[in-house]
Design a protein around this ligand. Sequence first.
Ligand SMILES: Cc1ncc(C[n+]2csc(CCOP(=O)(O)OP(=O)(O)O)c2C)c(N)n1
Ligand SMILES: [Mg+2]
Length: 327
Amino acid sequence: MTAAIPDGEILVGIYQRMTRIKQNDERFRAVLKSGKLAMPYYSPRGQEVIPSAVSACLTDEDYICTIYRGVHDMIAKGIPLKDLWAEFGGRVTGTCKGKGGPMHVTHPATGVMVTTGIVGSSLPIANGLALAAQIRGEQRVSIAYFGDGASNIGAFHEALNMAAVWKLPVVFVCQNNGYAEHTKYAYGTSVPNIAVRAAAYAIPGVTVDGNDPIAMYRTAREAVERARSGQGPTLIEAKTFRFHGHVFGDADAYMDKGEKDAWIAKDPVPLFRDWLIATGLASEEQLSAMEAAIEREIDEAVEFTLNSPYPDVAELQRDIYKDEVNA
Ligand SMILES: Cc1ncc(C[n+]2csc(CCOP(=O)(O)OP(=O)(O)O)c2C)c(N)n1
Ligand SMILES: [Mg+2]
């Protein structure tokens, strides 16, 4: 981290998002272990920096499209925790009345436009949203979050090409966590850095340390400004690592233990906390109070969820078409 650092308030804001993500992840896993909730859960632990820094460059009007491993992207964008938890728990009080579940959270009020389980599909959807903004003359930017494995899917290439041709206000953010399900990166991907694939579509491609909040913020800001000012898309490849197996309950025997331990030893959340205190940008008391407030907010979200009912069977065939949503 160099001397010319971004504004302290921005950096503390990034830490706040990171710690919200970490604390929520810890609680999701604890509640799952307790048996009080059951759901497919894809931990984003270790990948906190990426959406926290990206969201520091976005407004409420901007859009994100994310994936099953996207709870960190949603929290960083500002989705209310109660609504999020209730949707994850399949309750009527959730963002989609409990009918989306963790794989299909949508919350347009905070710009969380889609969560998808189809690998690679967040990119063309982000293009569609970006095209709508372009046609309407809106200043919105769309972010497509996806993994390293998704960059081997046809839709990735089609989406980059179309966004480049139409100069769409979109930023493609690849969270390269070293694994696609149970497959190690180099086993299934031809290039050492996914960002080089941008050259095939004549758009900027940047590989960045996705666990360095300042580098990530600078890279994201440049790409978001480029998109917002009509200069078109950027591909960002943020190198990171997931601390847990692919899905909750995965024994992760296929992961290299030494590699995993080394990444966990560089956990970006406590590292950034220490750095903020050491540089005087935040005090220990300030951050402890922030963390305690988040913990209380999570307590309320869990209680709210557990006390909320499941949707009625009659709901099965409602909200399928737009007119019915408004009926
Ligand atoms: C089109 C499609 N093919 C295969 C799958 C099965 N699948 C689910 S997650 C996953 C791995 C994706 O890895 P990556 O894009 O690196 O994301 P990560 O889970 O690491 O965040 C696969 C192959 C799927 N859901 N969709
Ligand atoms: Mg991956």
